[in-house]
Design a protein around this ligand. Structure first.
Ligand code: ATP
Length: 255
């Protein structure tokens, strides 16, 4: 309620190696309980921003070189995924990287790793928490429940994306970071992903959504940002942004 669950990014600068300045002073806020879309061309820095929030930046050779990321007042530094997960922030990486040789159920269980120690924050016992999370996931994705014993590598692309999202939900995030969930999926499956994002939001989880499919993202979001070479080019309520000439021309494919 109120100000809880706010992601606040201020003047964020991220560099890969010594020379690639991927983010150049980005400000972005995700209010608790909202869906925010992050749009922009390839290489604009969208994935980089998600990594800075989820603490996976260092895994990719990047580092925060300026500015701050705060979730609920707590500082996240881009290099510590465990702190992010325990704070309630979880990323679904681009390209639905599920563990192909493991079963659906085992993939979901992996989503609980890194959570221990979060128990003191009132999640209840781990077994009860895991059970509740699994029920939520299977409720959202009945298809995964039907295939719980099957190897993840045998699922369709869309089902693997569902599993990647489900695995992230196992950590009971309050803020879910989604990196291009519709990429490479058939239109019907894209529509299904959109429904899932709506359901997840309706269940009280905030979402920061990176998408190439701007029409889908703007339809789902309350607020949106457009990144361009590491800077915020445009921002505003999603409905208003969709009506600007620039966004409709560049991202919605309208003349
Ligand atoms: P895409 O949709 O192509 O993933 P994006 O908007 O997510 O684009 P980023 O992947 O964040 O953009 O990339 C931002 C900039 O940082 C680009 O110039 C990219 O080449 C560079 N970059 C991204 N990841 C790395 C990395 N691991 N090492 C070096 N440079 C990187």
């Amino acid at each position: 309620p109120g100000q809880s669950g706010v992601l606040r990014i201020e003047r964020l600068e991220v560099t890969y190696g010594r020379t690639v300045r991927a983010l150049r002073g980005v400000g972005l806020t995700v209010a608790g309980g909202s869906v925010v879309a992050l749009l922009g061309a390839n290489g604009a820095g969208k994935s980089t921003l998600l990594r800075a929030v989820s603490g996976t930046l260092r895994l990719h050779g990047g580092a925060v070189t300026g500015g701050t990321v705060r979730y609920d007042g707590r500082v996240l530094d881009g290099a510590d995924p465990v702190t992010a997960v325990r704070s309630g922030v979880v990323q679904v990486p681009e390209g639905r990287r599920v563990f192909g040789g493991m079963s659906v159920e085992e993939n979901l269980r992996a989503g609980r790793l890194g959570l221990a120690g979060g128990l003191r924050r009132g999640r209840g016992s781990d077994a009860a928490g895991a059970r509740a999370a699994r029920e939520r996931v299977y409720g959202l994705f009945p298809r995964l429940a039907e295939r719980s014993g099957q190897r993840a590598g045998l699922l369709s692309g869309g089902e693997q994306q569902m599993l990647a999202i489900g695995r992230a939900l196992m950590a009971a995030p309050r803020l879910l970071l989604l990196d291009e969930p519709s990429l490479g999926l058939a239109p019907m499956m894209v529509e299904r992903i959109a429904e899932v994002v709506r359901d997840i939001h309706a269940q009280g989880t905030s979402v920061l959504l990176v998408e190439q499919n701007a029409a889908m993202a703007l339809a789902l979001a309350d607020y949106a940002y457009v990144l361009e070479v590491g800077e915020v080019r445009l921002e505003g309520p999603a409905g208003e942004l969709a009506r600007t000439d620039e966004v409709s021309r560049l991202y919605l494919g309208e003349a």
